[in-house]
Ligand binder design. Structure first.
Ligand SMILES: Nc1ncnc2c1ncn2[C@@H]1O[C@H](COP(=O)(O)OP(=O)(O)OP(=O)(O)O)[C@@H](O)[C@H]1O
Length: 351
């Protein structure tokens, strides 16, 4: 899609979005509720129309503001959260629904897909005899049956309970990869995007603010909001002097930033280092971890795989949060020292 714009009542809901989705790849359109993800998907599907911009499938124009290929001829498969299987048709008939070739070819394709999602034995059952997760897999088989070039999926797993969801995500991903369609999956859950995506398009207020592989989006967020979208984050503010940012945790490199610029140093809770108090003193500063700052534990919670410890910092009374693997539960009131790994922090202009 190129320069897609969509307005409702003068408000830009999709703001100049360009995006390319490659065959055999899953792109996740990720963003908070209301940022315009579903509208984007509906425009690609052809059930809504952009105010400007173009859409191409396999390099052929399918829609601009004057020319428009109808939805059913766009070679696009759809799967939504409230995927409804036809209740009066069998599982096999549901999957065969969009196929119009010779009977034996249709039968072979239906069996191939049901086999792939592990439900061939349900071919003559009716949807109500299947669990939610099984119905979901039938819906996937149905959407993929006509070999669409593009699969559009809008929060397809949100109706499923948590434990089921992980398995279905993995299975779905395997089937999508085998079929080789270009997949655009809408989700507001970072975990889902990280799990599914080859490429994440992070969307905010109708715009794609960052596009990249999950690793890069997580480790090189464009701004504080992008960082915060993926996990809890601590922010320490500092002021630039001579390309260095002064903070209670020592200096951070701030190349190219003019003096007196206020910066936000952002650090995820798992990247704070905790050390013990030695009669009012902390560990010695190092080039990797900088200067330690002292805080007092205000809360400590055991979460199973990790523990979350909250500190009130001596330097300004603000709260920082650290996660530590396994069981480390300091008592409330304990003084400890925190350090920030230089290679794990993000430096942004202050908001
Ligand atoms: N037909 C419409 N008329 C007017 N406003 C609309 C219409 N469709 C969507 N909107 C508005 O556009 C904005 C974006 O909606 P959209 O459904 O694309 O967001 P979303 O990112 O998919 O959110 P969610 O995850 O909650 O579904 C919302 O504020 C919504 O109210």
């Amino acid at each position: 899609m190129r320069n897609i714009v969509r307005e409702f009542g003068g408000r830009r809901v999709v703001d100049n979005v360009s995006l390319k989705v490659m065959p055999g790849q899953v792109t996740c359109l990720l963003g908070p509720s209301g940022c315009g993800k579903s509208t984007t998907l509906r425009i690609i599907a052809g059930v809504d129309m952009q105010d400007s911009g173009e859409i191409y499938v396999d390099n052929k124009l399918v829609c601009d503001t004057v020319y428009r290929v109808p939805p059913e001829r766009r070679s696009i498969g759809l799967m939504f959260q409230d995927f409804a299987l036809f209740p009066h048709l069998t599982v096999g008939q549901n999957v065969a629904f969009g196929l119009d070739g010779p009977k034996d070819e249709t039968r072979a394709r239906v069996e191939e897909l049901l086999g792939r999602v592990g439900l061939l034995h349900f071919i003559d059952s009716h949807p109500h005899e299947l669990s939610g997760g099984e119905q979901q897999r039938v819906a996937l088989a149905r959407a993929l049956a006509p070999r669409p070039s593009i699969m559009l999926m809008d929060e397809p797993f949100s109706g499923l309970d948590n434990r089921l969801r992980d398995d279905i995500r993995d299975e779905t991903l395997a089937v999508l990869k085998e079929e080789g369609a270009a997949v655009l999956l809408v989700t507001h859950e970072p975990d889902e995007a990280m799990r599914m995506a080859d490429q994440i398009a992070l969307m905010r207020n109708g715009e794609i603010v960052q596009l990249g592989a999950p690793y890069n989006i997580y480790n090189r967020p464009v701004d504080l909001e992008a960082a915060r979208f993926f996990s809890d984050i601590n922010v320490i503010r500092g002021k630039v002097k001579g390309a260095l940012c002064e903070t209670p945790f020592g200096q951070f490199l701030a190349p190219g930033k003019p003096d007196d610029t206020m910066l936000d140093i952002a650090i995820r809770p798992q990247h704070l280092r905790i050390d013990f108090d030695r009669g009012g003193k902390g560990p010695n500063p190092t080039s990797i971890d900088g200067t330690p700052a002292r805080g007092v534990v205000t809360r400590a919670r055991f979460m199973g795989r990790e523990s979350i410890v909250e500190f009130q910092m001596d330097y300004d009374g603000s709260t920082l949060r650290a996660t530590v693997p396994s069981v480390f539960l300091p008592r409330v009131g304990t003084a400890l020292w925190l350090m920030i790994r230089r290679d794990r922090c993000f430096v942004f202009n202050a908001e």
